[in-house]
Design a protein around this ligand. Structure first.
Ligand code: ATR
Length: 276
């Protein structure tokens, strides 16, 4: 039977994953398809049964099912356990379904060459930030500060993940010069959200890397502000592409061309290739 893959979520029509995976399947001469599946509220269990029954070889999971899918799988790996969310399901040779989370590692790959000694500042302590901090920890980074508006939330996250320290947004702004990599993970700057900056960037280190996990718009107000300081800026498309590329490699055993995909998606979203 021809292999097929899917992405499940609600809503799903906006997902860029089908475009990305179909292109990679073609490029790598793999005879398979990748389809988007809209799963109605309350129907996740039925949908997972159907995916298994109909021979799906593996699928991605997006909002709002990344946590709810966990009890429906046979096992989850360390990445998904630590984050408490699954974005990729892999079918094993003996028909077991294992959950992984490739979001955090995908983000780290999008930064290009970095060193475990680099000092990292995360802004925001939501689900996306948690995934990234966990991946940094697994990759051997130890110097991680997370700045958040609500102190209790960041304290809980640092206690859960057992790494780094929680700080205030004001402390982050004042001590910005001591960070090599600055990562914006709040929804500020997203299309239809407030255009304010979580922190001002005047103390930014001259050779810092500044990243935003948002890719719509391609250049957020945060990245716009960082560009004024001539530092390297990285938007959220790299994370999207690399989380997909890692999933693709788990399913198919090859790591697809991510650079070309970032260029293609940037064009699709009407921008110029900005990251590198
Ligand atoms: P996700 O799980 O998608 O990452 P989330 O859980 O809604 O998103 O988390 C959003 C993060 O952005 C939180 O850290 C939130 O701060 P609080 O913990 O104080 O709520 C942060 N955030 C959202 N809007 C913000 C704003 N206007 N200023 C500063 N931080 C903001």
């Amino acid at each position: 039977m021809k292999k097929w893959f899917a992405v499940i979520g609600n809503p799903i029509s906006h997902s860029l994953s089908p475009f990305m995976h179909e292109k990679w399947l073609n490029e790598n001469d793999i005879d398979a398809s990748y389809i988007p599946i809209h799963v109605e509220e309350g129907k996740l269990e039925d949908a997972v049964k159907a995916l298994k029954l109909l021979g799906c070889s593996g699928w991605n999971v997006t909002v709002p099912y990344k946590e709810a899918i966990i009890p429906l799988l046979d096992d989850i790996d360390e990445s998904a356990k630590g984050i408490g969310a699954v974005n990729t399901v892999v079918k094993t040779a003996d028909n077991r379904f294992i959950g992984y989370n490739t979001d955090g590692l995908g983000f780290i790959k999008s930064l290009g060459p970095i060193k475990p000694e680099d000092r990292i500042l995360m802004i925001g302590a939501g689900g996306a930030a948690r995934g990234i901090v966990h991946a940094f920890k697994q990759a051997g980074f130890t110097n991680i500060s997370v700045a958040n508006r609500t102190a209790e939330k960041v304290a809980r996250m640092m206690a859960d993940l057992q790494i780094g320290q929680g700080i205030t947004l004001q402390e982050a702004e004042n001590n910005l010069g001591s960070f090599d990599i600055v990562i914006q993970t709040t929804p500020q700057g997203m299309k239809n959200q407030a255009n304010t900056l979580p922190i001002q960037l005047k103390n930014l280190k001259v050779d810092a890397i500044v990243a935003d996990i948002v890719y719509n718009p391609l250049v957020t107000p945060f990245l716009e502000a960082a560009k004024e300081y001539n530092v390297r800026t990285i938007n959220g498309l790299g994370m999207l592409v690399h989380q997909g590329a890692i999933a693709f490699s788990y399913w198919n055993g090859v790591y697809p061309n991510s650079t070309n995909m970032i260029e293609l998606l940037t064009e699709q979203l009407g921008g110029n290739y900005v990251n590198r």
